[in-house]
Design a protein around this ligand. Structure first.
Ligand SMILES: [Zn+2]
Length: 182
């Protein structure tokens, strides 16, 4: 989870938000089709095509081009289904693990004062993310975030692999690298 700066709401979303939200609330022949692609593109622009939670890379050539995360799940919080601040780009693994769960203590990568090292540390022997407890009385928020998004699930082996690639200077540009916190 890397600090993310939220861009302004895209014009197409601003113009359609009310209409789409009403359609979603009433269930009147609502289709996500076509809306998803443009939304996902706008979301990925903010993270340079990384998952906003585990920071894995989301590219068309990879196995996972990304999905749309509704931070407050859209089935429980329907009025937030098209709320710009509720949407994040996410990988299939994190999205599938979190599913429709929510906890008000979850961390947002774009919240004020968030940065990786205040909240998380990477265990150098297991490559697991751990909550940073030093100087952080609210570390439980990091623990809940790790748990709900499964930030260590199926990720530690790949982090080790990427760690070795980074050590061998395989990436000229750090933004093309998965798990930029390594
Ligand atoms: Zn992810």
């Amino acid at each position: 989870m890397i600090k993310m700066k939220r861009n302004k709401i895209p014009v197409f979303l601003k113009n359609n938000k009310k209409k789409w939200t009403n359609a979603f609330l009433t269930g009147s022949s609502f289709s996500w089709h076509n809306k998803q692609k443009e939304l996902l593109k706008s979301l990925k622009d903010m993270t340079l095509s990384h998952c906003a939670f585990c920071d894995d890379i989301l590219v068309p050539k990879g196995s996972d081009n990304g999905e749309i995360e509704h931070f407050r799940p859209k089935e429980k919080y329907k009025k937030y289904a098209f709320a710009w601040a509720n949407l994040y780009p996410i990988c299939r693994s994190c999205n599938g693990t979190k599913n429709d769960r929510f906890d008000k203590l979850l961390l947002r990568p774009d919240e004020n004062e968030f940065n990786f090292s205040n909240w998380f540390r990477l265990d150098p022997s297991t490559f697991e993310l751990k909550p940073e407890k030093i100087g952080n009385p609210n570390w439980i928020r990091a623990e809940i975030t790790i748990e709900l998004y499964g930030l260590n699930k199926n990720k530690t082996t790949r982090r080790l692999f990427e760690h070795d690639r980074i050590a061998n200077n395989q990436y000229e540009n750090k933004d093309n690298q998965p798990f930029r916190f390594i």
